[in-house]
Write a protein that binds this ligand. Structure first.
Ligand code: P6P
Length: 333
């Protein structure tokens, strides 16, 4: 029987690779894992609306039932904020930055999407939490500000996601490989299940919302024509896989190979997905797994952010497949 390694144990083992590590990063990754357990508990019960009641109503205990993404947001802010390790936070659900209740000792900034794809919950489609961690630049945590959040993705010290699907899997990187942990509800632990994830050089899936075809630029349209042509020598046609839940589409392509594209559209000229708490963390993971992540022209991790909720086009997945999609976007093909 393979050794059972909890995510907390694995993070501690990883810390040995960083002699200067103070253990703080270990603690805050463990905090994120704890918050994920709290979110999971509600997400997996989401179908039981008779017990939980609909969002905005009160449940059998007379508690106000919140939309699950707001619930997840509250849980992450409070479960993590109370430990004082984060000086500042930024969430997809909050317009401005969040200063946790005990931030005076925090050295890190947490950017997160508490429950991406939450509109899919009612139809039992996988959703996810995505997080990104930076060391703050401010010398005094009490003076932490938006500039401590608006750092290039290449400055991330850790990133990860939790996918709430047929099983609940947490995937993280600290820049030393990508590792996945599957939640075992019988013991309430995330156990190592995918050590040192590497993504295939190329795959057979492409993920894009073809319903937006009329909104795509010429490069994207020509890419779609190309990827569907018959050419066994280049593995074409690829198969379409598009769940409409970023974490689910990304996780599948990470493990099996493939490319996810959310290109510029007439409705979202800068792309729909968010740089700081969607594209950057997934780009860090993807590159650590041997893949590629760009906005069609430049590395996601090199984009200099100007706003907390700024959007970006996203081309992410297997190295060779992303490069092909980029060449159409750049007019090379
Ligand atoms: P579209 C979900 O709303 C989300 O933010 C991502 O999880 C997903 O990849 C994307 O939007 C889907 O967007 O425009 O294809 O419905």
């Amino acid at each position: 029987m393979s050794q059972l390694i909890t995510i907390e144990r694995h993070i501690l083992e990883q810390q040995k690779n960083f002699p200067e590590a103070t253990g703080e990063l270990t603690d805050l990754l463990s905090d994120v894992a704890f918050a994920a357990k709290l979110v999971r508990r509600e997400v997996v019960r989401a179908g039981l609306v008779d017990i939980l009641g609909f969002a905005g109503s009160t449940n059998v205990q007379g508690e106000e039932v919140k939309k699950l993404d707001l619930f997840a947001n509250d849980k992450i802010i409070n479960a993590i904020g109370q430990h004082g390790r984060f000086a500042i936070m930024g969430s997809e659900e909050n317009e401005g930055i969040i200063i946790p209740p005990k931030n005076e000792t925090g050295s890190y900034a947490l950017l997160f999407d508490p429950l991406d794809g939450s509109s899919n919950i009612d139809v039992n489609v996988s959703v996810g939490t995505i997080f990104s961690i930076y060391r703050i630049k401010s010398s005094n945590p009490c003076n932490a500000s938006i500039s401590d959040c608006l750092q290039k993705g290449s400055e991330q010290v850790a990133a990860g996601y939790v996918i709430y699907g047929s099983s609940v899997v947490m995937v993280y990187t600290t820049g030393n490989g990508v590792h996945g942990f599957t939640y075992d509800p019988t013991i309430g632990e995330f156990l190592l299940s995918h050590e040192n994830i590497t993504t295939p050089e190329s795959g057979k899936y492409y993920s894009i919302n073809e319903g937006s075809y009329a909104q795509f630029n010429d490069g994207t349209k020509r890419y779609l024509d190309y990827i569907k042509e018959e050419d066994p020598a280049t593995g074409r046609p690829y198969s379409t896989r598009y769940i409409g839940s970023l974490v689910a589409d990304f996780h599948r392509n990470l493990l099996t190979g493939g490319v996810f594209v959310y290109p510029p559209t007439t409705k979202h000229p800068s792309g729909k997905l968010r740089l700081m708490y969607e594209a950057n963390p997934l780009a860090f993971i993807c590159e650590q797994a041997g893949g590629r992540a760009t906005d069609g022209h430049r590395r996601i991790l090199e984009i200099d952010p100007s706003e907390l909720h700024q959007r970006t086009p996203l081309y992410i997945g297997s190295m060779a497949d992303v490069k092909v999609a980029e060449e159409f976007e750049q007019g090379i093909r």
